[in-house]
Write a protein of this length. Sequence first.
Lengths: 248, 227, 228
Amino acid sequence: MSDEHDRQDGAGPLEIEVEGLRKSFGRRDVLKGVSFCVPRGGFLSIFGPNGAGKTTTLRVLATLLAASGGSVKVAGHDVREDPMPVRRAIGFISHNAMLYPDLTAQENLRFYADMYGVEDREARITELLERLELSARRYDVVRTYSKGMRQRLAIARAVLHRPRVLLLDEPHSGLDPRAVDILDGLLTEIRDEHTFVMVTHNIAKGLEWGTDLMIIEGGRIAYEHAAGVDHESFSAVYREHVHDGSVM
Amino acid sequence: MKKLVSAPALFIGAGAFLIVGLMLGFWWAPVDSSSMGFSQKIFYYHAPIAETSLVAFGVAFVAAIMYLRTQDLRWDRLGYVSIRLGLLFAILVMITGMIWGKASWGTWWAWEPRLTTFLLVCFLYAAYWVLRSVVDEEQRRATYAAVFAIIAFIDVPITWFATRLMPEGLHPAVITSGGTGMESSMFASFMISMVGMTLLLAALIRRDLQIETLKDQVTDLKTSLGG
Amino acid sequence: MSGWAQFKAIVRKDLIRELRTRDMLVSMILFVLLAMVIFHWAFTVKGQTDLTYFTGGMLWVTFIFAMLLGLNRSFAQEKDEHCLDGLLLCPVDRVTIFLAKTVGNLVFLLIIQAVAVPVFALFFIERSLIGDLPPFLVVLLLADIGICSLGTLLATISMNTRSRDLLLPILFLPLIVPLLVAATSATTLVFADGAGFGTVASRILFILGFDAVFLVAAWGTYDFAIGE
C-alpha cells in the first residue's frame, strides 16, 4: 500500500500521503518512520496497542501536532507548510467532544460554523441536529447533555463544514447503541466521496468499514493489508500484535 | 571528542585584560575627585559586570529567535547557558552596587534607576528558570523559554526608562551626554576592564556550552543503554 | 470566512460563556472591592490616614492581581474541555485567536473597572473627579491594553505547564512593572493633584510605546506559544 501510488482498482488520486513520519517527545520516540497512503474515497482502519502512536499519527494529520521528521500531505497540501487548506478539508472526531459546556448546541455549532465560514449556516445546523436527533435539545447548554448526546453533537461539529477527510479517534467508544446506529448511519450516508482514517480498538467496526487495515506497534507499521481479510484470521494477527484487552 | 575545557586562550586573554584593567584602575588612574573618593574604584568591576550581563541576555535573545526559526535545540542550549551566566552577573551587579552604595551614600539600598532595573532583571530571568522547570517536554520547554527570553529582553530597556520616570536618585551618571566625565586614564582602565569582562563572558559561555552538550550526550547514552 | 468574522466569533463566544456563568466576573469584582477595603485597614496607621497619594498604586495593583485571577480562569476552561484543540483545528490565524482573546479579556477588565472605580472614589477620594475623568480614562484604557495583551500571551504559555496558576504571576509581574510605574504615577497625579493631559503626557506616551512594543512582540511569538 505504501508503494503503490496508483491503485489497481482505479481508486484515484491520493488524499493522504505520509512518508517517513517521525515524532519524538523529548527523548521518547513515539513514531519511528511511518509511511502510508490513503486514496480518495478510501477508509483506513488503524489498530494497535496503547501508546503505539496511533493517536499521535492522527493528530499530525489533523495539524494539531508538528512532526519531527518526514512529510505529511493531506488533500494535496503539506500539513506543515500549508496547514490552512488542510484544516478546511478535515473533520476530527475524538473522544473529547471539543464542545463548550456552557454554550447551547446552537451556539456551539454557530461558533464553529463562523470559524469555518459555512455559508448556509442556519440551514446546515438545523439539518445536522435533525439528522443526529438532537433538535429537541437545540437550545439547551451542553453541560446538561449525556455523554452519548455530546458525542453526537461532536459529530455534527466535525462535519459541519463538509470536510472531505474525516479523522476518527475511537469514535464508537462510550457510545450507547442508539448513538452507534446514528453514527454508522451518518458514515454510510457520506461514505462516498469522503476519505476516512479511523483509529479504533473495535475490530468488528474496523473491519466493517475499512478498505485498508493497518496495525501500528511501537511507532512503526507492524501489519498492513487491503481489506478482504476475514474476521478470524485478522483477529489472530491482531492478538499477536496487540496484547491489551480490546473489543473483539 | 572535543576537549572538555575551551581553548585556554580565551580565559587567559580575559584574565590578562581584567588584571591589567584592575591594576591600572587602582594604581594608575587618580582617585576620583568627587565625594565618593576611593570607593569609586569599585566602578571598574561594577559597570563591566553590568554591561556584560546585558550582553549575555542579548546573546540569549538572538539564540531564542534562532531557535524559533530552526527548532534546533542547540540554540536553546546557548540560550539557557547565556541566561544562567547573565543572571549570575546581574546578581553580582546588585551586590557590587550595594557595596558601592554603602560606601558612598551610607545605605545598603536605594530605589534608584540602576539598582532597581537590575533587581527587576534578576526577577525576570529567575522567572525564566521557573518556566523551564515546569515544562517537562524538551521542544515545548525550549519554545516557551525562547518566547519568554525574547519578551524579557525587550522589557529590559523599557524597565530602564521606566525607572527614570521616578524621581532622580543618588546614583551618579557615569556616561552623560556631554562626555564620559572621566579623565582619560580612568577611561582607559575602564575600557580595558570592560573588554576583559566581555572576554570572560565569552570564555564562560563556551565552557558551559561544552559541559551542557556533554551532559546531554551522557543522558542520551544512558537512555539508549538503559531503555 | 474572513479573519474579522472569526475574530468576532471568538469574542462573542467568550463573552456569552462568561456572561452566562458569571463566575469569573463576580469573583473578580468581589476580589477588587475586598482588596480596597483591605487596603484601607492595611495602610491606616493612626486614625484617619490620608491615602490620597496612594490612590494610583492601590488601584493598579488591585486591577493587576484581579486580572491574574481572571486570565487563569479563562484559559483553564479552554484547556480542560479540550476546546483549545477544537479551536486550533479551525482554519484560523493564530494571531486572530490572540487578538480575540486579548479583546475578550479587555472587555472583562473594563467591566470590572466600571464597578470598581466609582467605589474606589467613594472610599478614598474626597473631591469630585468629574473634571479629571478624560486623562484618567485615557490612561486606564491604554494601560488595560498592555495588561491584557501581555497577560494573554503569558497565560497561553503558563496554562500548558505543570504549575499553571502559580507560574503566571511570576512571569507577568516583572514584565509589567514599567507599565505599572507609568500608570500608577499618572493616576496618582490625576487623582491627587488634578493633573491635566499636559502633566501626564509623557507617561501616556510611555504606556502607548509599551503597548505597541509588546503587541508586536506577542504578534510575532503567539504562533509558538499556542501551538503544540
